[in-house]
Design a protein around this ligand. Structure first.
Ligand SMILES: Cc1cc2nc3c(=O)[nH]c(=O)nc-3n(C[C@H](O)[C@H](O)[C@H](O)COP(=O)(O)O)c2cc1C
Length: 393
């Protein structure tokens, strides 16, 4: 089983993750992880923080000479802004300074419920950890998970598919082509026409001191039949993916395949009929069973069915607005309008990279549950044996 924890505050010295359960023999490099960290930082509509932080990962344990050795892998992303926060975020009692307390909670953030829950009179004790800065190190973990999946021909891609009510059209293109187009897009979208209109929308909300949300989609290609299970609620892969994606800051809705649209259609227009073609086995496509549609999004009864996994998530607009929102000071109980120094106007492209990362982690986890071994060679033996078995099914 693959598991991980993250630690670290937004303006603390660093973000850290410890990953356990990676087999030995997996190639990992800081350079590859840094490519994904840069993707998370980019995208049209980001704010000032992204200019300060050029994220780079350090691998601190579990990897020797470019390969995992089976022990826990520690990843660290330094916060470059730390130099300006050493006393304000110091662990030492001698640096306590009540004058810099933040007592004004921002709507749409963990600030007020967090302060009430943890008995803090300084919102900073909450906002530092609830900040989406934490996603930097989750993307680093996701990058490692993707390196693992890549060894088995599984690709995980995140796209922006809707922003400001403007939808990207797939136009019958293959997933490979969609990936190529999205890689060139400042909005991680595969429809250049829609991208222009989405950018104009971001410009207009920025002009109005407002913010924008949108919909991201993650597509996983090359997944074998049989990841996840129907036998217990917490083994269903769709449920686990939904938890992982919903855990991303600002995600407010998750759907698999046709998702909410299934509720609007009759069954005959929802369920993916089953076909069989023995020549698919000879062409190396695993079993001969296939579907002509993928409304289920690649998972039936909590188990992958061999089609692409398709999961979408709705991101709410960034809650920190230049146009102030009303709130109440925690101490004085006086009403005020929350002001902003710097914030993202739109972080949907970054959320697509984060969603891609958490999906990769869950799929890698399910893969290791099914084919688990202590070394990559052992996992491969288990996987190859299963694929051979599927051919004769
Ligand atoms: C990649 C990413 C970047 C974000 N950037 C900001 C930001 O600059 N300003 C902000 O107020 N919220 C930002 N958010 C959203 C907040 O972190 C989030 O809404 C808040 O922590 C409350 O959590 P909830 O929306 O899940 O309830 C960002 C979210 C993500 C995924």
């Amino acid at each position: 089983m693959l598991r991980y924890l993250t630690a670290g505050e937004s303006h603390g010295p660093q973000l850290t993750a410890i990953i356990e359960g990676l087999p030995a023999g997996l190639k990992i490099s800081e350079e590859t992880i840094n490519v994904d960290l840069a993707r998370r930082q980019g995208g049209y509509g980001r704010g000032g923080r992204m200019l300060i932080e050029k994220d780079e990962v350090q691998i601190l344990s579990g990897v020797r000479w470019g390969e995992t050795i089976g022990s826990p892998v520690t990843l660290c992303v330094v916060n470059r802004d730390w130099v300006n926060w050493q006393e304000k975020m110091s662990p030492h009692e001698r640096h306590r300074d009540e004058k810099i307390r933040v007592t004004r909670s921002r709507p749409g953030h963990a600030d007020l419920p967090g302060a009430m829950k943890y008995n803090h009179r300084d919102v900073r004790n909450i906002l530092e950890r609830s900040s989406a800065r934490e996603t930097a190190v989750r993307v680093a973990v996701g990058s490692v998970a993707r390196a693992f999946l890549d060894a088995f021909g599984i690709t995980v891609s995140g796209f922006v598919v809707e922003l400001g009510g403007i939808r990207a059209e797939r136009r019958g293109l293959s997933s490979d082509r969609l990936r190529e187009l999205a890689a060139k897009s400042e909005l991680a979208t595969y429809d250049p026409g829609a991208e222009e209109r989405m950018k104009a929308f971001i410009d207009s909300v920025k002009e109005a001191g407002d913010t924008a949300g949108g919909v991201v989609e993650v597509v996983v290609s090359g997944v074998p039949v049989g990841l996840g299970s129907h036998v217990q609620w917490d083994r269903k892969l769709d449920a686990r993916l939904a938890l992982a994606v919903m855990s991303i800051q600002a995600i407010k809705g998750v759907e698999m395949g046709l998702g909410f649209e299934t509720a609007r259609r009759p069954g005959s227009q929802v369920h993916d009929e089953i076909y069989y073609d023995s020549t698919r086995i000879a062409r190396g496509e695993g079993a001969g069973f296939f579907r002509k549609t993928n409304n289920a999004g690649g998972i039936e009864g909590g188990i992958t069915n061999g089609e692409e996994i398709v999961i979408r998530a709705a991101m709410k607009p960034i809650p920190t607005l230049y146009k102030p929102l009303r709130s109440v000071d925690m101490l004085t109980k006086e009403s005020f309008e929350a002001t902003v120094e710097r914030s993202d106007v739109c972080a949907v492209p970054a959320a697509a990279v984060v969603a891609e990362s958490v999906v990769a982690i869950e799929v890698a986890n399910a893969f290791l549950e099914k084919f688990g071994g202590d070394s990559l060679a052992e996992v491969r033996r288990n996987y190859d044996g299963y694929i051979d078995y599927l051919r004769s099914f």
